[in-house]
Design a protein around this ligand. Structure first.
Ligand SMILES: Cc1ncc(COP(=O)(O)O)c(C=O)c1O
Length: 369
């Protein structure tokens, strides 16, 4: 099969055509999708459809906005390899993580296992109130290449929940969810995943997790104030939501408590449809080849890249003692990256070009000279 056929394409989308929908990209080199993806030109009009075509009818628009939500559920379900009924929406990933933390029934002696360096929302969702008398086990990660194995070693027969970022927010390491799910299954634990830096950047099978959530403003290029949740039925049956409302009146086990952010949903569904049409395979392939290029060139030039080449997604992170100053100087030359945990975090998306990567490398090289 030809390369295009393998990517599910009849003809390759040209980067030139795609980039025409992102005027901001012509102003500088944007390598900061892990902080926020760039919105494309059609999105404002998509969000406006909610107001102009449906909410303008008052409550009579309800069937239309409900239909849009169902369409979004189906688009996400296709992307994440789950069933549409498993997909729901809340206002942020942080909210989703807190909702589930407060809904699981934990007992004295139970353990919640996570990496010590997890994203703050994952760590902080496990407040004393959420843990009740259970124990929070913060597993120190010593080597990025063995992040998956080290987390698994932190599980015991008392582990009831494992919470993990699919792709780590500062080091960019992609864990092996299949292995973690299998290990969690062996001790009878449930698996909660934050897919913030995975979905849109790499191929994701959310069906391996009991709970998979993420924002849409990064690699899915969409709005703030909306996050998806994929919940496995068996896990839902074990939950006892502490926050209740008209969307999850008892005996519902759902976590969604009120109307979702419909304008953001309209923008998301238009984006998902557009990206599906472009081809997810093509997008993932581009992220893969741009990050490979970055990794290989940096390593060959003697940079110490913290992201393991074989366990990467869309983030390449580089330790730098003067990370803030380096990022500022790059910014003054028109290159936007960000600093997290003392690393220069570089995060290209499908819309970046190889020429931009080479220009970034050239400017970074001068920093070192
Ligand atoms: C791993 C991770 N999860 C969640 C978030 C935030 O998502 P939300 O604003 O939907 O809570 C971020 C970054 O902003 C993140 O890096």
């Amino acid at each position: 099969m030809s390369e295009l056929g393998r990517l599910g394409l009849q003809s390759e989308p040209t980067l030139h055509t795609v980039r025409a929908l992102f005027p901001h990209l012509e102003k500088g080199i944007y390598l900061n999708t892990a902080a926020a993806g760039v919105s494309w030109k059609g999105q404002g009009a998509a969000a406006a459809r909610f107001y102009d075509e449906h909410k303008s009818l008052g409550f009579a628009g309800q069937s239309a906005w409900r239909a849009e939500m169902e369409r979004t559920q189906r688009l996400l379900a296709d992307l994440l390899r789950v069933r549409a009924e498993q997909v729901s929406f809340v206002s942020s990933t942080t909210e989703a993580l807190n909702l589930v933390a407060h809904a699981v029934r934990l007992e004295r002696g139970d353990q919640v296992v996570l990496s010590a360096d997890e994203f703050p929302s994952i760590l902080l969702a496990w407040s004393a109130g959420a843990l009740r008398e259970a124990e929070l086990v913060r597993v120190p990660i010593r080597r990025e290449a063995t992040r998956t194995e080290e987390l698994i070693q932190g599980m015991t027969a008392r582990t009831r929940l494992v919470c993990v970022s699919h792709v780590h927010w500062s080091t960019g390491t992609r864990v092996d969810l299949t292995q973690i799910a299998a290990a969690a299954g062996r001790v009878g634990a449930r698996l909660i995943v934050d897919g913030a830096h995975a979905v849109g950047a790499i191929d994701v099978d959310a069906s391996v997790a009991d709970f998979y959530t993420g924002p849409v403003f990064k690699w899915l290029l969409s709005a703030f104030g909306l996050a998806y949740v994929v919940l496995r039925e068996e896990f839902a049956a074990e939950l006892e939501p502490t926050l209740r409302g008209y969307r999850n009146a008892p005996p519902s086990r759902e976590l969604e408590i009120a109307h979702p952010n419909y304008p953001a949903m309209y923008a998301l569904s238009a984006t998902l449809e557009w990206l599906q049409g472009l081809s997810w395979h093509w997008m993932h392939h581009r992220v893969d080849s741009l990050t490979r290029l970055l990794h290989d060139e940096l390593t060959q030039s003697g940079w110490d890249v913290v992201t393991p080449r074989e366990h990467r997604a869309g983030i390449i992170s580089i330790p730098d003692d003067n990370a803030d100053q380096t990022a500022d100087r790059l910014a003054s030359q028109g290159v936007e990256i960000t600093v997290r945990d003392g690393f220069l975090r570089v995060s290209p998306h499908f819309y970046n070009s190889e020429a931009e990567i080479y220009r970034f490398l050239q400017l970074l090289g001068r920093e070192r000279a």
